[in-house]
Design a protein around this ligand. Structure first.
Ligand code: SF4
Length: 97
């Protein structure tokens, strides 16, 4: 039996996972927790790294389509929705999955 993909599943497949790319600027970053920021300083550092990344556009699309949390493509996401840093920085780090 062949499964039929929903429109959402198809759109998810169209954007490659930025974490698979050797070109990503956050690869081997010494402090990966800044991409799950709990302070304005961490958020600013993550945004700075993303600003120099060639994958920034597709990374943000990935976060939107996969309902991600944290900094992706230089923006802060909550469940795939871009949010202002003021609202999104809770001061608490999410437990590791
Ligand atoms: S845009 Fe930012 S989070 Fe996304 S791959 Fe590049 S450096 Fe990493």
């Amino acid at each position: 039996m062949t499964a039929t993909l929903t429109a959402r599943e198809k759109s998810i497949q169209e954007v490659p996972d930025p974490r698979d790319s050797p070109r990503r600027a956050c690869r081997d970053h010494p402090d990966p927790e800044i991409f799950d920021p709990i302070s304005p300083a961490e958020y600013a550092r993550a945004v700075e790294v993303c600003a120099g990344c060639p994958l920034a556009d597709s990374c943000g699309q990935w976060a939107f389509r996969h309902r991600e949390w944290g900094v992706w493509g230089g923006r802060l996401f909550e469940a795939g929705q871009p949010v202002p840093a003021k609202r999104g920085l809770s001061g608490l780090r999410k437990p590791a999955a």
